[in-house]
Design a protein around this ligand. Structure first.
Ligand code: G16
Length: 544
């Protein structure tokens, strides 16, 4: 078998964002674009010859083609084995699970997460390291640097691999092993949660649920785990068949894009529990009967109740959350007497804390929750965690969240997204704020007085690496916060995210709609940041 050396030249803009390289499919379809990036990944790694690589994606348009290219390039670069999910499919948490279980050198995840798919949609590629987690910035920057100097890539001159049947295929010195994408992950879930108890709850007939896979990767995982192992009926699953274009939808599990599920949970005869996951299976949204749990509250509830599950009965070492995530989990950490870590946005920042055993649970406002069982956030894991709590506590989701707020107080929280706005306008807004943030201290806005204004900077407590310019924080003397940052995952123009948080300890005042509870802060954010002026938008595109 020949190795071809193909001459190429760099593409600008191959710098990975918050979570890998995400671009329009048409960008990836340019000759050599994908190959350049894959070669740049391999060129930035050392010592992988003869080792194992895991490859899989969320099944979106271009997934199959990309898998075949990566397999041929992995042979040419000297990997010894590639483990690939049947059909080229693996959820992001399953990639993490399999890297760890089989002690692989690393893995490549093909996904643009919740971004729409199809020929006109988005595609993405991300490298995960041996701990199963996203490559840290030092590696993503090295990949980018290689991509800007690349002159050639190596690819095996061989036929396509058969991806639809589990088993091994030898080509040259490399083995391609096609595996069932679900079973290793399902086993891990069964180990962490009390499946018998959840099954009894579902079998009791007193509990109804609905899970929306949004025509994305969690469909097969939900069928195996929720239906086959836990006994949920097929009518408990929505959109469980993965499609290359996600059925034309936007598989972002939030109140706007998972509207069908939200309508069911807020409709007449609503089930007791509802949940959705995203394109690649790492996000989750939790709903109860006529009730929505913010991701920040979900993290706090899971932390406060973790002792009720087999996997976390041992207690938590610590909790980590991204900076814009609400401080609800901080109160639980305080109560439990454990450390709370505040990191920049991006799951990769949790990796060192998890590896060092400093954090057990992690969460982000962007509908991500996870733990030290993997090094990715994990959508179905969060769903199973909630099901385990419901099975043990035998209370409704609403009762659980009310009791939580009663005990710890409620952190009113919301995120306003201004999607696909002009990059120049959004950039200018951030520059102006960056310059003025420091001078806001002491200023009064109605009842609120600014205690701190800065651009968040993080020093990793394990390796000392510093990540700057991670979002403007305006913190008030009562702990309320306004945070602004630009998304690192969009593919069109810029997406401005405004995060709002206010703490309410009085149980009598905890039942407002979040937008009402945050109305003053929403006005103050506009006054300080002039969002309408810079984005030329009258209102956010998405409110969660
Ligand atoms: C990715 C990252 C998350 C991050 C989210 C939003 O999630 O893995 O850590 O919170 O993007 O990032 P941003 O606010 O920069 O758009 P996913 O699910 O898209 O991979």
């Amino acid at each position: 078998m020949n190795t071809l050396e193909i001459k190429t030249s760099p593409f600008s803009g191959q710098r990975p964002g918050t979570s890998g390289l995400r671009k329009k499919v048409s960008v990836f379809q340019q000759a050599n674009y994908l190959e350049n990036f894959v070669q740049s990944i391999f060129d930035s790694l050392e010592g992988y010859q003869g080792k194992t690589l895991v490859v899989g994606g969320d099944g979106r348009y271009y997934n199959r083609h990309a898998v075949q290219v990566i397999l041929r390039m992995a042979i040419a670069s000297g990997f010894g084995r590639v483990i690939v999910g049947r059909g080229g499919l693996l959820s992001t948490p399953a990639v993490s699970c399999i890297i760890r279980k089989f002690k692989a050198f690393g893995g490549i995840v093909l996904s643009a997460s919740h971004n729409p798919a199809g020929a006109d949609g988005d595609f993405g590629i991300k490298y995960n390291i041996a701990n199963g987690g996203p490559a840290p910035e030092i590696i993503t920057e090295a990949i980018y640097a290689k991509s800007q100097q690349i002159k050639q890539y190596l690819i095996a001159d061989c036929r396509d691999f058969e991806l639809d049947t589990p088993g091994e295929q030898q080509t040259g010195t490399m083995v391609v092993e096609v595996i069932d994408p679900v079973s290793d992950y399902a086993e891990l879930m069964q180990h962490l949660f009390d499946f018998d108890r959840i099954k009894s709850l579902i079998d009791s007939g007193l509990f109804t649920m609905r899970f929306d896979a949004m025509h994305a990767i969690t469909g097969p995982y939900a069928v195996e785990i929720l239906e086959h192992r836990l006994g949920a009926g097929p009518d408990a699953l929505m959109n469980a068949i993965p499609k290359e274009d996600f059925g034309g939808g936007h598989p972002d599990p939030n109140l706007v894009y998972a509207r069908d599920l939200v309508d069911v949970l807020f409709g007449s005869q609503a089930p007791d529990f509802g949940a959705a996951s995203d394109g690649d299976g790492d996000r989750n949204m939790i709903l109860g009967h006529h009730c929505f749990i913010t991701p920040s509250d979900s993290l706090a509830v899971l932390a406060a109740n973790a002792h009720l599950t087999p996997g976390y009965r041992r207690g938590l070492a610590g909790i980590a959350r991204s900076m814009p995530t609400s401080q609800a989990a901080d109160r639980v950490a305080d109560h439990l007497g454990i450390e709370l870590y505040e990191t920049p946005t991006g799951w990769k920042f949790f990796g060192n804390l998890l590896d060092a055993g400093k954090a057990t649970l992690c969460g982000e406002e962007s509908f991500g929750t996870g733990s030290d069982h993997l090094r990715e956030k994990d959508g179905l894991w969060a769903v199973l965690f909630w099901l385990n709590l419901l099975a043990v506590r035998k209370e409704s989701v609403q009762t659980i969240i009310n009791a939580h707020w009663h005990h710890f107080g409620r952190n009113y929280y919301s995120r306003h997204d201004y999607e696909s706005v002009s990059a120049d306008g959004a950039g200018e807004l951030m520059e102006v704020l960056r310059k003025s943030a420091g001078s806001l201290k002491g200023k009064r806005y109605g009842e609120y007085e600014v205690a701190l204004g800065d651009d968040f900077s993080y020093t990793d407590p394990i390796d000392g690496s510093i990540s700057e310019r991670q979002g403007i924080r305006i913190v008030f003397t009562d702990g309320s916060r306004i945070v602004l940052r630009l998304s690192g995952t969009g593919t069109e123009g810029a997406t401005l995210r405004l995060y709002l948080e206010r703490y309410e300890s009085n149980p009598q005042r905890q039942s407002l709609d979040a937008q009402d509870g945050l109305a003053d802060l929403i006005r103050i954010a506009e006054e300080i940041a002039q969002i309408r002026h810079y984005t030329k938008r009258k209102a956010p595109t998405v409110i969660t």
